[in-house]
Write a protein that binds this ligand. Structure first.
Ligand SMILES: [Zn+2]
Length: 276
């Protein structure tokens, strides 16, 4: 592999104001590829989560065998990038992979989880303020998926962290309506009110879902504990299924985007359990 000179991450906004000799407007940054769309005969449009926001960039000729970019810009790869500001869309001119998270690609289950978190990220990150903490949590989750861990727990953790940074942290310790400290008598989950309701506030949302105490405890545990603890905790298949259903309704509602990769993930997850 040919290694380029080390890049220095700078803000695209700042960098776009600089004109680097070569007659192009270049800037450098780091980021994770969260979406790829093939266009034309050999190009690919990438969505890259950087510390300062999402960038949509064209990787010209990347699908050609001899492309210098090939192999550095796979989905979920963490890369150092040099881009040229374009009229309609920026263009990737150089790239070096920092971490391809190859262990994720070795197992269908973690691959499906990777697609899921990538789509979730693309749906939820809409501005610069969200991008930097989202990138930190995404990198932590991808690193964890490369290690022995409980995949569902990593995904629940990331979903709750991403909801938090996007401003949609569900209330699971205090009542979403009155703010009272919740105890195990809380059973109702309200998407419209922002999380769990205490028994006195259940009338605030007549459509609030009744959830099990086990699921309530799981949400509190995942929201409270660090990823290293969460990812090593065993929970039953059925409880994870409940958690996925509830958290997907939450993210779809707040991101106003469908989560298409969930169907594929569910199929792979079911097979994963059937095989053991
Ligand atoms: Zn209340």
């Amino acid at each position: 592999m040919t290694r380029c000179a080390p890049f220095v991450a700078v803000s695209p906004k700042c960098a776009r104001r600089q004109v680097i000799p070569m007659g192009e407007r270049l800037y450098r940054t780091t980021g994770v590829i969260i979406k790829r769309i093939d266009v034309g005969e050999a190009d690919r449009v990438l969505t890259i989560l950087t510390p300062v926001g999402k960038i949509s960039a064209n990787a010209r000729g990347i699908r050609k065998t001899a492309s210098r970019l090939a192999g550095h810009l796979e989905l979920l790869s963490h890369c150092q990038l040099q881009l040229a500001a374009g009229k309609n869309r920026d263009v990737v001119t150089q790239s070096v992979a920092i971490d391809r998270f190859e262990a994720i690609q070795h197992r269908l289950y973690t691959m499906a989880a990777g697609y899921y978190v990538a789509e979730l990220t693309d749906n939820f990150v809409t501005d610069e303020d969200t991008a930097s903490p989202a990138l930190t949590h995404l990198l932590a989750s991808l690193q964890m998926l490369c290690q022995p861990c409980h995949v569902e727990m990593v995904m629940h953790w990331y979903t709750l962290q991403l909801s938090d940074v996007a401003g949609y942290r569900p209330q699971v310790f205090d009542c979403a309506v009155c703010g009272a400290l919740l105890d195990e008598h809380a059973q109702r989950w309200s998407i419209t009110q922002g999380g769990m309701l205490c028994p006195d506030c259940v009338r605030a949302d007549t459509h609030a879902a009744t959830i099990s105490l086990a699921l309530f405890k799981l949400l509190r545990f995942v929201q409270r504990e660090p990823l290293a603890v969460v990812a090593q905790t065993v929970q039953p298949f059925a409880l994870h299924t409940q958690a996925f259903r509830l958290l997907r309704q939450w993210v779809v509602r707040h991101s106003e985007q469908p989560l298409r990769s969930a169907v594929f993930f569910d199929d792979v997850r079911l097979k994963e359990y059937q095989d053991y």
